[in-house]
Design a protein around this ligand. Structure first.
Ligand code: MLT
Length: 409
């Protein structure tokens, strides 16, 4: 008899952004005249840059000709794209990677979700709190989280590391056993990031305690301060303890185009559940070969253009546009009397909710100003009392939203 995976039933609620979308849709239906401004889900609004569009068009033409047509590509990604990634994202920062340490996919969300197939069933998971919900939910689905405990404000078996204004959004090292630690820097949702010295503490802890770090650096392109690390591999020893996930979604406006990659260094080994020493790189590559037929040729050609001088310069302009939005949001909210964090090295602004109830604040913002954000409680117990706004709206909408909030209209 077929039985379904019961762990899905342990998921606390819907996926956060589905809840926000549902509430927004219900409001919109009840108030069709309301001009809603969406600053909730971090979805980009600016078109792909011209260099990418040109490359995509040329790739479509390639597919129309017998001599340049492409069927299945390599499961891990074409070498020309992996080589562009290695040289622009890593060699430029003094990090040596072999091409085959980079494995392409259609999104960092999929990679950070799928990576847990490499963990044994009894691994203890540690996450920052607040946390991008995918890290937790995927481990709930595979039975590593236990039940949700209302008194703990989280899943029984997950170790939560609070990151709040009390510790400047830098969590303490775990004081109990953790086998896998998810870190996201620049951080979603708080918009804060770490210095190299702060990140080194996590790397040293992982090396000393045999912990695997899953490092999500999907927002690294938004770092504006020169002293902040873009990659965990800038820290000595990290190749022995960390996997890094990156995405072109926010870097180059690929949320609707889909291209990302994960770096699994060959130095990264572990003892498996049968006591054998294994290469996590080989396991991840095996997984890709078995379950994935690669990112489309057309998309990879578009992605390649992101790493050219021309494409890189063009995406810097788009990033600067969003970061100017972040500045506008930060300063406007500060003027309106809010305490705000983030928005300097990330496209997210994390504000303290007056009164502390973040879903009530969501309703108030929606009802009074027709502005949508994301309640901090949706990211975990330590997110309660905070609220996230994204800088990815258009300039016009960003200014309008801030005008409505600051003028109280
Ligand atoms: C977010 O709003 O946190 C992100 O856009 C969600 C995602 O990247 O999946």
């Amino acid at each position: 008899m077929f039985t379904a995976n019961g762990y899905y039933g342990l998921l606390k609620s819907n996926y956060l952004f589905s809840d926000v979308a549902k509430k927004t849709a219900a409001y919109s239906q009840a108030h069709p005249e309301a001009q809603l401004i969406r600053m909730g889900i971090g979805d980009v609004t600016q078109p792909l840059v011209p260099a990418v569009i040109k490359a995509l068009h040329a790739a479509v033409d390639d597919m129309s000709r017998m001599e340049t047509f492409h069927g299945y590509g390599p499961d891990y990604g074409y070498d020309w794209l992996r080589s562009a990634i290695v040289s622009r994202d890593y060699a430029s920062r003094g990090i040596h990677l072999d091409l085959d340490e980079v494995i392409l996919s259609d999104g960092a969300k999929c990679d950070v979700g799928n990576i847990q197939e490499l963990f044994s069933a009894d691994c203890v998971i540690g996450v920052m709190d607040p946390v991008y919900p995918v890290y937790v939910d995927t481990n709930v689905m595979s039975g590593r989280a236990g039940r949700f405990s209302e008194s703990k404000g989280g899943y029984e078996k997950i170790v939560y590391l609070p990151a709040t204004s009390e510790n400047d959004f830098v969590p303490s090292l775990p004081s109990e056993r953790v086998d896998v630690l998810y870190l996201c820097y620049p951080n979603n949702p708080t918009g804060m990031t770490l210095t190299a010295a702060q990140l080194k503490k996590f790397v040293d802890y992982a090396l000393e305690n045999n912990v695997l770090i899953i490092y999500d650096s999907a927002y690294e392109a938004y770092i504006t301060e020169a002293d902040k690390p873009h990659s965990i591999y800038e820290i000595e020893g990290a190749k022995k303890c960390a996997i890094e996930c990156r995405s072109l979604s926010k870097t180059a406006g690929f949320t609707g185009t889909r291209c990302a990659y994960t770096v699994v260094p060959k130095e990264l080994t572990a003892v498996d559940s049968f006591g054998k020493t294994v290469s996590l790189h080989d396991m991840w590559a095996r997984r890709a070969a078995t379950k994935f037929n690669g990112v489309s040729y057309i998309t990879q050609r578009g992605a390649e253009a992101v790493f050219t001088d021309e494409g890189h310069a063009q995406i810097q302009d788009v990033i600067a546009y969003y970061m100017e939005n972040a500045h506008i949001i930060r300063t406007s909210l500060q003027k309106a009397g809010y305490t705000v964090y983030g928005g300097i090295n990330a496209p997210y602004i994390w504000l303290k909710v007056p009164g502390g109830d973040s879903w009530a604040f969501f309703d108030e913002l929606l009802d009074r100003y027709h502005v949508i954000g994301t309640p901090g409680a949706g990211f975990g117990a330590s997110g309660e009392g905070y609220f996230r706004m994204t800088a990815f709206a258009t300039r016009e909408n960003t200014l309008l939203a801030m005008e409505r909030i600051t003028s109280g209209r």
